[in-house]
Design a protein around this ligand. Sequence first.
Ligand code: TMP
Length: 207
Amino acid sequence: MPENRGKFITFEGIDGAGKSTHIATVADLLRARGLVVVATREPGGTPLGEKLRELLLHEAMHLETETLLMFAARREHLARVIEPALARGVWVVCDRFSDATYAYQGGGRGLDKAKFASLEQWVHGHLQPDLTFLFDLPPEAAGQRIVRQGREMDKFEREHADFHARVRQAYLERAASAPRRIHVVNAGQRLEEIKKIVEEIVVTYCL
Ligand code: TMP
């Protein structure tokens, strides 16, 4: 990638950890600095990816089918949105990326780590996010937030608390293995406090 390429920032956490608000905060902060920003999400982010998202969030399927479809959507997303944007100097803020596959399909569902690693290498061996936020919250608190929102839950949100506890554990393990890239933020704090921490991290590590 050329020197003037954009940066790639991803946002992770168990369902209900409240990352959406902070994605908007980061996009606004970057735009205020005159940067061009694309905000996108996974699974999804392309017309095909959004169709795959519908299936992934609502259809029961074999664990490896689920994993392969997550990576298929990701391949499309990288080719059509993420890589061209970065190459043009545009910054990409993305709601979830491969750390989510590591945590959900790996930690939550028990996918073999070697299979995850080979798919990650195949699909984006050349590219990792420049910065990742992991919004961390105990599953009980996150579950209560989802219930309070009162909307229909998807297949992952309907999983038991112990599934979300395994997802959380895998995220923390992944963060420990990549401490320079993944910044863990306590999502149980007041919104204003989290916003301040997130902005400080972006300014320190990216700008
Ligand atoms: P969202 O609700 O945060 O948009 O995410 C959609 C769901 O998809 C969420 O429950 C996590 C799940 N997911 C995976 O299981 N594996 C993945 O690789 C990704 C990107 C999302």
